[in-house]
Ligand binder design. Structure first.
Ligand code: F6P
Length: 554
């Protein structure tokens, strides 16, 4: 594997630093003096129309960002990823989520194994199962068809499926519903099962490792709930609990032997591979709940969207390569403009879980402080991603983006066609909504000057409070409609943006050692919580005090 480059030692980095110091940011002036600006900085990637023109971006900055990508070998690393090299070196694994969406005829041998064929073999099994649930062939222990699918997983085994389910609800088959249990807080299982009929419920235990405490605990709670509820309804009728579990539990994992130990029939388990990272797995069998709810055809479209964006990332020229440009812009904001966070603001209620999904994708990937050769980093990496759908966010936190002291680059996302075309009198609700999507980036970029505020007849004492400085950067992303295909494209876009940032920073975006310590400590601390005084005495004073408080108040 190639050694990482320290980006701060490149010539492009030095030039970008200089450019930033000299830059007089003036988005109003830039647009006025260059009528081509919007067109020049607007790009297409598959079905996505991406306008970068309201960013703090000049042709000079862009050229130097592309030089930075060249000096840090971003595209060479991209090719290593697509070809299955073990770029996840701390886990000695290939990084091949892109193989999950390659067409059947493609060939890719990795470590002596034809991975595309393997992918399609599993997909066929998932599709076959999904069809049987959808057409009522697959029934519960009492012969009733499945009405509710409960996915039990956490992190990448939850956030992708729940986000896409919410986004594509208009495509869900009538009579089917999915729910998602993730938190080990027993409230989650309790509330999500409270009104369910066990005879029509199917659980999917989704866990790459099948060792995750939360998921296995919730799976056991769900199994107990199922058996007790069936018994109470007189539905077991002398039948073995094993038979009930086989009809109401399936699993998705890379550890199929552990699935069998749990008591799930291996015939009803779908595998994937260690070269699929959890946060990159929604398009693997981890998406089984989606294949059931949306149907195999829509799931295929979803995969097609990912693939289209992969092809764009692989083949578009650097100066038109949207994930490359957006990833580089993020580096510019983090390292030169010194932005600590990045807002993602979908103008689509259906995408209300998209920011949460992106938090794992981006922050678990690039929240690192050593390069992939272990050398330490003395520049910023991994900004905080956050957001909420517009227009709700407008009435909550936009104040800070417009007039606060921190600069927060924002991605605005919207769709031309609404999922629900409703009218309020003679006004289209969707068009009122979209007017906001167009207005906010405009307000951020161009602001409102003191003169403009005064011209509105504002009292002098409050003029400055009503000024909008402008020059707040944003990207606007549009697509014709939020279809399964466009959903796949959007996810792949952000996967590759994340990749580009990680590659420039020299970090391994595919491991997540930072989640381990807390997991280990929770297991060590549990006996103290449960009442073991010796374990309590072994804790630091603060932790012991908190546990004592719990024990006194439980
Ligand atoms: O704790 C973090 C993590 O390892 C994520 O990377 C992963 O998506 C999640 O836990 C769930 O892991 P699994 O699918 O193995 O249960």
């Amino acid at each position: 594997m190639t050694a990482p480059v320290n980006p701060t030692q490149t010539e492009a980095w030095t030039r970008l630093g200089q450019l930033h110091d000299d830059l007089q940011v003036d988005l109003r002036g830039w647009f006025e003096s260059d009528r081509q600006r919007a067109e020049k900085f607007t790009f297409t990637a598959a079905d996505l129309h991406v306008d970068l023109s309201k960013n703090i971006l000049t042709e000079d900055v862009l050229k130097n960002l592309l030089d930075l990508a060249a000096e840090t070998n971003v595209l060479a690393r991209r090719d290593q990823m697509f070809n299955g090299e073990h770029i996840n070196n701390t886990e000695d694994r290939a990084v091949l989520h892109t193989a999950l969406r390659r067409p059947k005829e493609d060939k890719l041998a990795v470590d002596g194994q034809e991975v595309v064929q393997d992918v399609h073999r599993v997909l066929e099994r998932v599709y076959d199962f999904a069809r049987r649930v959808r057409n009522g062939e697959w029934v519960g222990i009492t012969g009733k068809r499945i009405e509710t699918v409960v996915n039990i997983g956490i992190g990448g085994s939850d956030l992708g499926p729940v986000m896409v389910y919410e986004a594509l609800k208009p495509y869900v088959q009538e009579g089917l519903e999915c729910r998602f249990v993730s938190n080990i807080d027993p409230t989650d299982v309790a509330q999500k099962t409270a009104d369910l009929d066990p005879e029509t419920t199917l659980f999917i235990v989704a866990s790459k490792t099948f060792t995750t405490l939360e998921t296995l605990t919730n799976a056991r709670l769900a199994r107990t709930w199922l058996l007790e509820a069936l018994e109470a309804a007189g539905a077991l009728d002398g039948k073995e609990s094993k038979e009930a579990v086989a009809k109401h539990f399936i699993a998705v994992s890379t550890a199929l032997e552990k699935v069998a130990e749990f008591g799930i029939d291996p015939a009803n388990a779908f595998g994937f591979w260690d070269w699929v990272g959890g946060r990159y797995s929604v398009d693997s069998a981890i998406g089984t709940s989606l294949a059931i709810a949306l149907g195999p055809e829509n799931f295929e479209e979803f995969l097609g969207g990912f693939h289209a964006l992969d092809q764009h990332f692989l083949t578009a020229a650097p100066e038109e390569n949207v994930p490359l440009l957006m990833g580089l812009l993020n580096v510019w904001y983090v390292n030169f403009v010194k932005a600590a966070s990045h807002a993602v603001l979908p103008y689509a209620q259906q995408l209300h879980r998209f920011p949460a999904y992106l938090q794992q994708l981006t922050m678990e990937s690039n929240g690192k402080s050593v390069r992939w050769d272990g050398s330490s980093i003395d520049y910023s990496t991994g900004e905080i991603f956050w957001g909420e759908p517009g227009t709700n966010g407008q009435h909550a936190f936009y104040q800070l983006i417009h007039q606060g002291t921190q600069l927060i680059p924002a991605d605005f996302i919207a769709f031309a066609k609404p999922a629900y075309p409703l009218n309020d009198g003679d006004k289209s609700a969707h068009e009122l909504f979209l007017a906001n999507f167009f207005a906010q980036p405009k307000a951020l970029a161009f602001g409102k000057t003191e003169e403009e505020v005064r011209a509105e007849g504002t009292r002098e004492e409050i003029v400055t409070a009503r000024v909008f400085a402008g020059n707040k950067p944003s990207t606007s992303i549009m697509a014709p409609a939020l279809t399964p295909r466009v959903m796949g494209e959007l996810i792949a876009l952000y996967e590759h943006i994340t990749f580009v940032q990680g590659a420039v920073w020299g970090v391994n975006s595919f491991d997540q050692w930072g989640v381990e310590l807390g997991k280990q400590l929770a297991l060590q601390i549990y006996p103290a919580v449960a009442g073991d005084d010796e374990a309590l005495a072994a804790q630091d004073d603060s932790t012991a005090g908190l546990i004592r408080y719990y024990r006194e108040n439980r």
